[in-house]
Design a protein around this ligand. Structure first.
Ligand code: AMP
Ligand code: MG
Length: 686
């Protein structure tokens, strides 16, 4: 066999990971892979050790299976399949599996059970994720060996199919041929019949495959030939519930892997559409926009030589001595118009910002002069005396283009127009009427839930009714960050209604924020509606954080008004109001910013000290709502806003920061430094 299949071994054991005990499974598993009968068929390309920790296990499996380049055909995990508290391998692997393979599980159990009834105590899972087959085998060396041996002959066939070889060439010769290749003598008489049926069932598919890709690519498909060709797209995600099956058939554990916040943010960044360029008018609506071009001044500022002071324009003699009495021959006000030529020995009265008469070289401040004579009616100056010597040319004059030069770059691509006013000021000063900017996404906000009523509905609530807190909250937050928001109202928990509201929302908005309906109840319809009705892709559906665990991020392909395929973004945030607002700031804002060309995205992170003891959550990292204030010495201090329960939107009242708290049992002491994500300005401690 020219190209061996690639296997990876994951040793799952906290004690081995910590170096407390030595691993013996690796050698045993290698010996099975490299044994005489298997020689050349397998290569063990990677071996990793992790603790009995769901996230660690999932991270390693995803690393092997989610990157096409790794090319791993088979992952064998060993350990963590028993009933002890620490054993969680099946729980970690199951949600990652795209296609379950109960046959492999059966084979492993049957083989072990023929040796010992204790095989019942193993809870293996097996299946396919992307292009890799995954099997979990026990940690005991003996059990590990038996289990791998039970499947090693037949599993290459699955590996090759999973990797993308077409089934026709694989099945040429039927199961007999497969069995022969695998070195198995078949005893059953029905297998041949099965193989015929199997073959027929695949014929159509194989044909379509050949049509799509043509013949004779020389790809060496086929069993026993390891040169693997990948034709299908990877990344099939686990699917949500099918709500039409009702509560008895819903998932009882989320099929979405739990991601760390950083992993989730990386997916937001990867799947947020790139910004598009538009032309915008220069006015206050421009605040918050990011420039999509370098802006060049098309005029000089000032456009003419202008006086910086109120005084007298003069022609300075060579020696700079201006002492003496001079006739006031002209007046130049700051107004449009013509001024006559000035000669040496004359002065022209001039106001701040007024153009210099041609010929004038400097301006003498009025404070450096004395009135000498006036006209007969006493209303005009006739002569003034100047008390200055050492006057230089250009004194008290703003030269043409000395503030901003015609043709110079005044603002750069990527700069954001602030509400301070400086950028608008620069653009206005040189007469820029329009600029190219990145289009800021329009946000649609809707609440979901049959229990939700408008917040201002008069009268008492009936049992079960809840006032819509999330919609006004999120509309405010999104507008506060400078985005146009469309209020999409409340959608009831009925599949059709929700789908209709989402479709309507996607016609008007670039990004939708929904709240509620992402938990595990049978009426939690967001995920199924996005995937099944809208054909969207859920990039993540669970995040390891508090609050906000069920935060969901999806994109839906649609055609825009010009018939182009674009993708619309949907954030389905948890229904609890504090969770919704925290996850808006953590996940939705970076997506909005990326679509608007803002870089870097996200809230500003600064180190702060705790002003009092803070309790931690033992299970998940927490985003603790807090008020950060600055002391007169510049030190930054954080105070909790109180109860952090996810339904308590009051935990965000008065908050200007989210403190990034690690999970932990012991409280953090007063004075501990933590990182704070700033949602608004820091105030001074009084
Ligand atoms: P759900 O994710 O739909 O199960 O909602 C979780 C919790 O959040 C439930 O107690 C809901 O009643 C509550 N909730 C959902 N949406 C809202 C909303 N718009 N305003 C206030 N509470 C809500
Ligand atoms: Mg609900």
């Amino acid at each position: 066999m020219s190209h061996p299949l690639k296997a990876a071994i994951l040793i799952i054991s906290t004690s081995v990971a910590q170096g407390v005990s030595k691993d013996s499974s690796e050698d045993i598993l290698r010996s099975v892979f490299e044994g005489e009968e298997e020689a050349g068929r397998w290569t063990v390309s990677d071996v990793k050790v992790v603790s009995d920790d769901i996230l660690e296990i999932q991270r390693q499996i995803r690393e092997w299976t989610d990157h096409e380049a790794s090319g791993i055909n088979l992952i064998v995990t060993t350990g963590g399949t028993g009933f002890a508290t620490a054993d969680q391998t099946p729980e970690a692997i199951s949600p990652l599996i795209h296609k379950h393979a109960p046959g492999l599980v059966h084979a492993m159990l049957a083989t072990s059970l023929s040796v010992t009834p204790f095989a019942m105590m193993s809870r293996p899972v097996a299946g396919v994720r992307n292009k890799s087959v995954i099997i979990t085998i026990p940690g005991s060396p003996k059990g590990a060996k038996e289990n791998l041996q039970a499947v090693i002959k037949t599993v290459p066939h699955a590996c090759i199919q999973v990797a993308g070889a077409d089934s026709r060439s694989l099945h040429a010769g039927g199961v007999k041929r497969l069995e022969k290749d695998a070195g198995i003598i078949s005893l059953g008489h029905s297998s041949h019949d099965n193989s015929t049926a199997h073959h027929r069932g695949h014929k159509h598919e194989a044909h379509a495959h050949e049509h799509a890709h043509g013949h004779g690519h020389g790809h060496g498909h086929g069993h026993g030939h390891g040169s693997l060709v990948r034709h299908t797209k990877q990344g099939e995600n686990p699917m949500s519930n099918d709500p039409s099956l009702g509560p008895t058939r819903r998932h009882r554990a989320s099929p979405y892997p739990m991601l760390d916040v950083e992993e989730a943010l990386a997916l937001v960044s990867k799947h947020t559409p790139a910004p598009t360029v538009i032309t915008s008018k220069v006015d206050n609506e421009l605040v918050g926009a990011v420039l999509a071009e370098d802006v060049t001044a098309s005029e000089n500022v000032p456009a003419f030589r202008a006086s910086i002071v109120d005084g007298y324009a003069v022609v300075v003699p060579k020696d700079g001595n201006m002492r003496g009495v001079f006739p006031v021959t002209a007046v130049s006000h700051a107004a449009a118009g013509e001024v006559g030529e000035l000669k040496e020995g004359e002065v022209a009265r001039i106001t701040t910002g007024a153009p210099l008469p041609p010929g004038a070289t400097s301006v003498i401040m009025v404070e450096d002069t004395v009135l000498k004579t006036m006209t007969e009616d006493g209303r005009e100056e006739k002569e003034i005396e100047i008390l200055a010597d050492g006057v230089r040319e250009g004194e008290n004059i703003r030269e043409v283009g000395s503030d901003t030069k015609d043709g110079s770059i005044i603002l750069q691509k990527g700069e954001q127009v602030s509400s301070v006013g400086g950028e608008i000021g620069l653009l206005a000063a040189v007469g820029t009427a329009t600029v190219k900017t990145y289009k800021r996404p329009v946000v649609g906000v809707l609440s979901t839930g049959d229990e939700i009523v408008n917040h201002d509905r008069p009268g008492h609530l009936r049992l079960g009714e809840v006032r819509d807190t999330n919609r006004p909250t999120l509309i405010t937050a999104a507008r506060g960050w400078g985005y146009e928001v469309i209020d999409l109202g409340i959608a009831s928990d009925k599949p059709g209604t929700l789908e209709e509201t989402l479709r309507n929302g996607m016609r008007q908005a670039d990004l939708l924020i929904t709240t509620g309906g992402v938990s595990m109840g049978e009426l939690d319809l967001l995920k199924p509606t996005i995937e099944r009705a809208l054909g969207g892709t859920i990039h993540f559906g669970r995040v390891n954080m508090k609050p906000g665990k069920p935060t969901t991020f999806a994109t839906v392909p649609v055609k825009n008004n010009d018939g182009e395929r674009v993708s619309k973004v949907i954030f389905s945030l948890p229904g609890n109001p504090a969770s919704a607002l925290v996850t808006f700031h953590l996940f939705v804002l970076p997506s909005l910013q990326a679509m608007s060309g803002v870089s870097p995205v996200g809230l500003t992170k600064i180190p702060v000290s705790l002003l009092h003891e803070f309790k931690l959550d033992p299970g998940r990292p927490e985003y603790h709502r807090a008020l950060v204030s600055v002391g007169s010495d510049g030190s930054l201090w954080a105070t909790s806003t109180g109860g952090q329960r996810s339904s308590r939107v009051g935990s965000l009242k008065g908050a200007n920061a989210l403190l990034c708290m690690p999970k932990g049992v012991e409280p953090l002491q007063k004075g501990t430094k933590v990182e704070a994500l700033l949602m608004s300005n820091v105030r001074l401690v009084l």
